[in-house]
Write a protein that binds this ligand. Sequence first.
Ligand SMILES: Cc1cc2nc3c(=O)[nH]c(=O)nc-3n(C[C@H](O)[C@H](O)[C@H](O)COP(=O)(O)O)c2cc1C
Length: 169
Amino acid sequence: MDKIGLFYGTYTGVTGEVAKKIAAELGADKVDLHNICCDGDKMGDYQKLIIGTSTWSIGELQEDWDSFMPKLQTMDFTGKVVALFGTGDQVGYPDTFLDGMGMLYETFQFRGATFVGFWPTTGYDFTSPLPLLDHDHFVGLAIDEDNQAELTDSRIKEWCRLIRPAFGL
Ligand SMILES: Cc1cc2nc3c(=O)[nH]c(=O)nc-3n(C[C@H](O)[C@H](O)[C@H](O)COP(=O)(O)O)c2cc1C
């Protein structure tokens, strides 16, 4: 399938709203939105993936992703392009900020994925090492609706500009 499959996990709806904004920014006809609670079995259909999660319970993966993890750990993403995004709270949980995104990065990496959309850490204040690619970059887009909601739209716009070529858009 040539469309992008965007799979997200959300508890209070924040990551779902960010997912919708990303899809709108890339073009609604280019992206299929899937909630991982119900549509995980469709992930294998896509060569191009956007994957989003929140973090809960001080460093835990969002629960629907957690439930999907055993299946994810059997899948092969060799040759597939994956862009990650995460939502979290850097003020309330600086030690575990976006840990869920870091956990998904590790799993998709182990299963052979090629990543795009690394995002600069400039403008964030946190200590968690898990969502980091290196000192200066997150493994994917970092959204903090709890403390920096006013930056969300511009961050999404810029990140979509960054990943567009890798997705052939
Ligand atoms: C009890 C509780 C624990 C949380 N733990 C974390 C955490 O460890 N790391 C983090 O970045 N955000 C944490 N958060 C913040 C949520 O991840 C954040 O609000 C997120 O945007 C929620 O997205 P969702 O509604 O899509 O699940 C926590 C929030 C609550 C209320």
